[in-house]
Design a protein around this ligand. Structure first.
Ligand code: RP5
Length: 170
């Protein structure tokens, strides 16, 4: 077994290219926590730890994962490379980079060749949250209890939107 996979039946893996991606990807983990979805979080770099990436991706299905959320920044090859090695759904999150504000990450992830799909989300926190929600929606297709929790999560967000803006100025 790979050092980065698990025998536990956790349906979602959140992987990221670097510790520095955690500030973004933790929002995916938090959203899964709010929905009661077990997940693993791993640092798996396409460039710095390519063999770890290969082992993870090749073993992901046998590890029991149903979907993979992959975040990376800059030359963000991780989601696409993982997608090339597994038929599990891969959701790519472009992490906001310092030099190019994440546009480089987005372009690196989104323009996949036909045949190797990556579901690409928005740059940064919004993408991380939405990746978790999309993964939840996939799992909810065969999990009625989760479907109810997901609907409740969405309804609570809707209910939290005020009718009028408030101002903190006197
Ligand atoms: C990518 O390089 C990572 O996904 C990260 O977004 C970026 C920078 O990594 P660090 O230099 O901060 O480790 O592989």
């Amino acid at each position: 077994m790979s050092a980065v996979t698990t025998a536990d039946a956790r349906p979602i893996a959140i992987i990221m290219g670097s510790q520095s991606d955690w500030e973004t990807m933790r929002h995916a983990a938090q959203t899964l926590d709010e929905l009661g979805i077990a997940h693993d979080c791993r640092i798996v770099s396409a460039h710095r730890t390519p063999e770890r990436m290969f082992d993870f991706a090749k073993g992901a299905k046998a590890s029991g994962y149903k979907a993979i959320i992959a975040g990376a920044g800059g030359a963000a090859h991780l989601p696409g490379m993982v997608a090339s090695l597994t038929t599990l759904p891969v959701l790519g999150v472009p992490v906001e980079s310092k030099a190019l504000s994440g546009v480089d990450s987005l372009y690196s992830i989104v323009q996949m060749p036909a045949g190797i799909p990556v579901g690409t989300l928005a740059i940064g926190k919004a993408g991380a949250v939405n990746a978790a929600l999309l993964a939840a929606a996939v799992l909810a297709l065969s999990d009625e209890a989760l479907s109810v929790r997901l609907a409740a999560w969405r309804a609570a967000r809707t209910a939290s939107v005020a009718f009028e803006p408030t101002s903190s100025e006197p």
